[in-house]
Design a protein around this ligand. Structure first.
Ligand code: 5GP
Ligand code: ZN
Length: 120
C-alpha cells in the first residue's frame, strides 16, 4: 500500500530523489538528508506502515527484513560487529521528534556515538 502524500512512499516509488544505499524486495534504504553521524541511513518498508507503535505480528517478516537491511548497510560501510557497531533508532510520536509518518529505522554510526541513547 502506498499512502498518498507520504514523503517516504514517494521516495520508495522513485517519485522523489534519494541516495539509495540498499534495496530488497520489501525494504528500501537511503541516506538521511540531514545526517547526525558519518553514517546516517534510513531503512523503510516499501509498504506504508505509519510507525513502530502500530506494528503487529503480521509485520514480523518485514521488521526482520529491516534489521537485516540495516546490518547490510552497516557492514558495507565497514561497521560490522564485533569491531565497530552502530545504533538503530525508531522514533514514535512528538516527544521523540518523529517527523515523517512512515516507519523508518535510523542507522547511525561511523564514529563513537555520544551518550548511550542520544544521537547528537
Ligand atoms: P524522524 O525525525 O521522523 O525520526 O526522522 C525523519 C528523518 O528523515 C530525519 O532525520 C530527516 O533528516 C530525514 N528526512 C526528512 N526529509 C527527507 C528527505 O526528503 N530525504 C531524505 N533523504 N531524508 C529526509
Ligand atoms: Zn508512506
Amino acid at each position: 500500500m502506498t499512502a498518498e502524500n507520504c514523503l517516504f512512499c514517494k521516495i520508495v516509488a522513485g517519485d522523489l530523489p534519494s541516495e539509495s544505499v540498499f534495496e530488497s524486495e520489501t525494504t528500501f534504504a537511503f541516506k538521511d538528508i540531514n545526517p547526525a553521524a558519518p553514517l546516517h541511513v534510513l531503512v523503510v518498508p516499501r509498504r506504508h506502515i505509519e510507525d513502530a507503535s502500530v506494528v503487529t505480528a503480521a509485520d514480523g517478516p518485514v521488521l526482520a527484513d529491516m534489521l537485516m537491511a540495516a546490518r547490510a548497510v552497516a557492514d558495507a560501510a565497514g561497521l560490522a560487529t564485533p569491531q565497530r557497531g552502530y545504533r538503530l533508532i525508531f522514533n514514535i510520536g512528538p516527544d521523540s521528534m518523529n517527523s515523517v509518518p512512515h516507519l523508518h529505522l535510523h542507522v547511525l554510526g561511523g564514529e563513537p556515538l555520544k551518550g548511550h541513547f542520544g544521537i547528537a
